[in-house]
Design a protein around this ligand. Structure first.
Ligand code: ATR
Length: 276
């Protein structure tokens, strides 16, 4: 049977994943398709059963189902267990469906060459920050700082990781020169009307890397501010493309072209990408 993949979510119509995966499938001459599926909030279980019944070869899971899908899967890999969220489902040779999480590792791959000695600052302590923090921890990074508006949430995440430290946003701002990699994971900057920054960057270390996981707009106010200090900046397309590439490799056994895809998406969505 021809292989087919999917992404389930709600809403799903603006997802960039179908275009990305279709392009990779074509580039690598894999005879398969990838379709977006809108799932009603209260019909996740039926949707998962249908995907299994129809022999889906694997699928991505996006908002709001990443946590809720876990009970409906046959097994969950360690990458997803720790954070309690799945973004990729893989069909095994004996037709079991196993949940993985490629978001955190995908994000880290988008940073390029980095070292476990690097001092990481994550701004935010929500679902996205958890995924990234756990992936860093699994890779052996120990200097992980979580700074959050609500300090208690940062403390909970640090306790979970059993490494690193929690700070307030003010403390992070005042100690910014201690960090090699600064990662903005809050939704601040997603709306053009909300052009504020979670922290000021005037104490940025020379040679720091500044990343934002938001990719709409492509250049967030945080990235724009970082560029003033001539440091390397990474926009959220890196995470989108690399989490997709990892999922693709789990399904098809081959790693697709990530750099080309980031370029293609920049050209395709253009400007500062707003298409809600
Ligand atoms: P996600 O799952 O996308 O990470 P989330 O779980 O809602 O989203 O988490 C949002 C994160 O952004 C939280 O860390 C939140 O801080 P609080 O824990 O204090 O709520 C942070 N956040 C949201 N709006 C913010 C703002 N205006 N300023 C600073 N941090 C903000």
């Amino acid at each position: 049977m021809k292989k087919w993949f999917a992404v389930i979510g709600n809403p799903i119509s603006h997802s960039l994943s179908p275009n990305m995966h279709d392009t990779w499938l074509k580039q690598l001459n894999i005879d398969a398709s990838y379709i977006p599926i809108h799932v009603e909030q209260d019909q996740l279980e039926q949707a998962v059963e249908s995907l299994k019944l129809l022999g889906c070869s694997g699928w991505n899971v996006t908002v709001p189902f990443k946590e809720a899908i876990i009970p409906f899967l046959d097994d969950v890999d360690d990458s997803a267990k720790g954070i309690g969220a799945v973004n990729t489902v893989v069909r095994t040779l004996d037709n079991k469906y196993v949940g993985y999480n490629t978001d955190g590792l995908g994000f880290i791959e988008s940073l390029g060459y980095i070292l476990p000695e690097h001092n990481i600052l994550l701004i935010g302590a929500g679902g996205a920050a958890r995924g990234i923090a756990h992936a860093f921890e699994r890779l052996g990074f120990t200097q992980i700082t979580i700074a959050n508006r609500t300090l208690e949430k940062a403390i909970v995440l640090v306790d979970e990781l059993q490494t690193g430290q929690a700070l307030t946003l003010d403390e992070a701002e005042n100690n910014l020169n201690k960090f090699d990699i600064i990662i903005q994971t809050t939704p601040l900057g997603m709306k053009s009307s909300e052009a504020s920054l979670p922290i000021q960057l005037n104490r940025l270390k020379e040679n720091a890397i500044v990343a934002d996981i938001v990719y709409n707009p492509l250049v967030t106010p945080f990235i724009e501010e970082a560029k003033k200090y001539n440091v390397r900046t990474i926009n959220g397309l890196g995470m989108l493309v690399h989490q997709g590439a990892l999922a693709f490799s789990y399904w098809n056994g081959v790693i697709p072209d990530t750099d080309g895809m980031i370029q293609q998406l920049i050209e395709q969505i253009g400007g500062n990408y707003v298409n809600r």
